[in-house]
Design a protein around this ligand. Structure first.
Ligand code: NDP
Ligand SMILES: O=C(O)C1=N[C@H](C(=O)O)C[C@H](O)C1
Length: 248
C-alpha cells in the first residue's frame, strides 16, 4: 500500500530534501507540501497517512499539536524538545489514541550509532565532553543531537555509578561550553560544515573519540523514510529516537 506523506516545512533545507526523498520512494507518494503561513488543517486522514515535520524549534510543538488534532501520524525532526513539551504531545495523543508521534534528534545512521556506542563507552571513562559542529545557518545551539547525547551519556554514567567528571577550572568566561546533564557541550558554527559531532572520552593515558559526520542532508533520508514506514506502530504514544527501529 502506498503511504501518503505530507511535509511541513517543505521549503526549508530539510523539508525540501524530504519532499525529494518521498517522491523517489517507491512505496510513498507526496500529499501536501506546506510551509510557513500555510494552514495545517488542510492535512486530514482523507489525504495523508504520515506527516513529516521539519520546521523551527519555536513552532514545532504547536504544529505537532495541530497535526495530532487532525488525526494523522507525525514524524518530527525539528529540534528543541523538552520533557514538558513531550508531555503536552502525550496528553494530546490521549484524545487520539489511534495516532502516534515519532521524534528523532538525528536521523543519520552514523550519529545514531555513535550515540549508541557513546552510551557503552560512558561507563568506562572518567572524562567526557561533546563537541558539535554545524553550518552557520543553524538557529539553535547546542544541537538537539548533542543535548540528547549528553542525556544518554549522563544516564549511562549514573547507572554505572561513575564519580563526578574531574575539572579544576577556576575561571570560565564561557569557554568551557554549556553544561547539559553534567556534560560539557561545545558548539562550533563554521561555513563549509553541515552536521558533525564528536564525543571525547578520557582516562589517564588514553582517549577514545567517537565522531559522526553528516556531509550532506541525504544522510538523514534513509532514517526519515524508515520512521515514516514505522509510523503508527505505537498508537497513542510519543517515541523518541531512531534506535527504536534499529536492532542495536
Ligand atoms: N532530526 C534530524 O536528523 C535533523 C534535524 N534538523 C532540524 O530540523 C529543523 C529544520 O532544519 P532546516 O531544514 O535546516 O531549517 P530551515 O530554516 O531551512 O527550514 C525550516 C522551514 O520551516 C518553515 N517554517 C517556519 N515556521 C513554520 C510554521 N509555523 N509552519 C510551517 N513551516 C514553518 C521555514 O519557513 P521560513 O524560512 O519562511 O520561516 C522553513 O522553510 C531544525 O530544528 C534542525 O535542527 C536538521 C537536520 C537533521
Ligand atoms: O540544524 C541542523 O542542521 C541539524 N540539526 C539537528 C540537531 O540540532 O541535532 C540534527 C543535525 O545535527 C543537523
Amino acid at each position: 500500500m502506498t503511504i501518503r506523506v505530507s511535509v511541513v516545512g517543505a521549503k526549508g533545507r530539510m523539508g525540501a530534501t524530504v519532499v525529494g526523498a518521498v517522491q523517489s520512494a517507491p512505496d510513498m507518494e507526496l500529499a501536501l507540501a506546506l510551509d510557513a503561513g500555510d494552514d495545517l488543517t488542510q492535512i486530514t486522514p482523507a489525504n495523508t497517512d504520515v506527516v513529516v515535520e521539519f520546521t523551527v524549534p519555536a513552532v514545532s510543538l504547536s504544529n505537532v499539536l495541530t497535526l495530532v488534532g487532525q488525526g494523522v501520524n507525525v514524524v518530527v525532526g525539528t529540534t528543541g524538545w523538552t520533557d514538558e513539551k513531550l508531555a503536552q504531545v502525550g496528553e494530546a495523543l490521549a484524545a487520539h489514541p489511534d495516532n502516534s508521534v515519532f521524534i528523532a534528534p538525528n536521523f543519520a545512521i552514523s550519529t545514531v550509532l555513535a550515540e549508541h556506542f557513546a552510551a557503552q563507552a560512558a561507563r568506562y571513562f572518567e572524562s567526557v565532553e561533546i563537541v558539535e559542529m554545524h553550518h552557520p545557518n543553524k538557529v539553535d545551539a547546542p544541537s538537539g543531537t548533542a543535548i540528547h547525547t549528553a542525556h544518554v551519556i549522563a544516564a549511562a554514567r549514573k547507572e554505572a555509578s561513575m564519580p563526578p567528571i574531574p575539572d579544576n577550572t577556576q575561571t570560565d568566561g564561557g569557554s568551557r561550553g554549556q553544561v547539559v546533564d553534567g556534560i560539557h557541550v561545545h558548539a562550533v558554527r563554521l561555513r563549509g560544515l553541515n552536521a558533525h559531532e564528536e564525543v571525547l572520552f578520557g582516562n589517564a593515558g588514553e582517549q577514545l573519540v567517537l565522531r559522526a559526520d553528516s556531509f550532506d542532508r541525504s544522510s538523514f533520508m534513509p532514517g526519515v523514510l524508515l520512521a515514516v514506514r514505522h509510523a503508527g506502530e505505537n498508537p497513542g504514544k510519543v517515541t523518541v529516537g531512531l534506535d527504536a527501529y534499529l536492532e542495536l
